[in-house]
Design a binder for this molecule. Sequence first.
Ligand code: SF4
Length: 241
Amino acid sequence: MKLTKTIKKNKLLTGVFLTYVFLLIVMPNKAVESFKNSMYYVKEMLEIIPVIFLLTSLIEAWVPREVIINSFGEKSGIKGSIFSFILGSFSAGPIYAAFPVCKMLVKKGASIFNIVIILSTWAVVKVPMLINEAKFLGIEFMIARWLLTTISIFIMAYIVFLVIKKENLPIDKELKDKSSENKIKIKEEYCIGCGVCAKLCPDCFVIIDGKAKNIKEKIEPDYVENFEKAMKKCPTKAIYL
Ligand code: SF4
């Protein structure tokens, strides 16, 4: 039962494992070669991913949601596109390092349009790569390719923005599931009416007659972060789910 659950949860990993077993039986040499290649990439990922996770966690904890919405959100306009372009262009590391960063940005309110720009520039117009490209293939080649790639990135970002809806992304679903499960509650007898919760999450709390009352019944993705801050900072731990 436990094994079936683990297999269901890790379908891809199970598929890879079974492929290796199959290869080992029919083509042992290929299996060894494939294993060596996989280990090379695993090693590369282990060197990069912890740093990326650390950076992502720091940004998640320290950069307020409003800053991300203003800089990369749907209403960030041309400024958001330029920021996204610069972020992708000056990034370091392989493209898979961009995924946790982008997941965090989407969670904090970045638009699909800007996420596509970040991912695409990260993959194909990184500055160190451009310098090398100019060195090996000539400056004209680099400029022409950069220009056409940039135009294509913006067209692609617009198409993806039209086709993919943010609410269909697994990240948004995660937040919604979290919010639909959790009802906001306050232990009135613990509340001292300090107002910290109303200040940190005005969408959720209001002070009436010296006691905090919740305006919303459930946490919504729009203010989940402020709610969590308010819950943590409540001096008497009166807020719970
Ligand atoms: S932060 Fe806690 S104690 Fe202060 S008003 Fe809110 S619920 Fe009451």
